[in-house]
Design a protein around this ligand. Structure first.
Ligand SMILES: [Zn+2]
Length: 150
């Protein structure tokens, strides 16, 4: 899946899972609540990454003559900009949202660093649909995720 789809879904899933976790630990001191929420957002973000990668998709957009950077760097700027604009506008906890984003990002970051995480590889879909259709689906998933973040 595209980085922006992973980040948007990770931010939103992390936030909502952290909100549910907050209900369960509402009797605990605020620092404990925040720590639990950050941990839950991190794990939820990671699980969202594995779930999204299990959906047949096409990442061909990153295959440029100059490598992934010409697409990935502006994409990350836009994705982070959109996510943290929503964090600012809605007054969301940036640590919790960031934990969801980190959870959603690390499996592919490790892959880029040639660190093999077997569950990431095992759950990754082998089927590769057409690029244009897959990009449209991934964009829709990212936008729907951002709507729930907002
Ligand atoms: Zn991945």
């Amino acid at each position: 899946m595209n980085a922006s789809t992973h980040l948007a879904v990770g931010a939103t899933v992390g936030l909502w899972c952290a909100r549910m976790a907050a209900v369960l630990v509402s009797h605990k001191p605020p620092q404990v609540q925040l720590t639990v929420q950050i941990g839950v957002a991190l794990v939820a973000g990671t699980l969202s990454h594995l779930a999204l990668d299990a959906i047949p998709h096409n990442d061909g957009i990153y295959k440029t003559a100059l490598g992934t950077a010409p697409v990935l760097i502006p994409e990350l700027a836009i994705a982070f900009g959109a996510i943290f604009a929503f964090v600012f506008i809605r007054g969301l906890d940036p640590l919790i949202v960031f934990a969801g984003v980190v959870g959603a990002a690390w499996p592919d970051l490790f892959l880029m660093l040639n660190v093999n995480v077997s569950i990431h590889e095992v759950l990754h879909s082998l089927h590769k649909p057409g690029l244009v259709g897959s990009m449209a689906v991934q964009l829709v998933i990212a936008i729907v995720a951002l709507v729930f973040l907002f």
